[in-house]
Design a protein around this ligand. Structure first.
Ligand SMILES: [Zn+2]
Length: 60
């Protein structure tokens, strides 16, 4: 567990391995979706980003 880089008061389990920063559920989006990231296959943040995008598309 660590503190969100945008919200120091929030503890979170989501970590960006590339930048070594924690992101809370509110901030849960990949910072550089266009860039290659070797941690992506095991990145929870990326997983949630993708899931959210899919949900947005279904809504349309
Ligand atoms: Zn946050």
């Amino acid at each position: 567990m660590g503190q969100c880089s945008c919200h120091p008061e929030i503890e979170t389990q989501y970590i960006c391995m590339k930048y070594n920063t924690y992101l809370c559920e509110e901030c849960l989006t990949c910072r550089d979706p266009e860039l290659y990231c070797k941690y992506r296959p095991s990145c929870l943040i990326w997983f949630m980003t993708k899931r959210q995008k899919r949900r947005e598309q279904e809504r349309k």
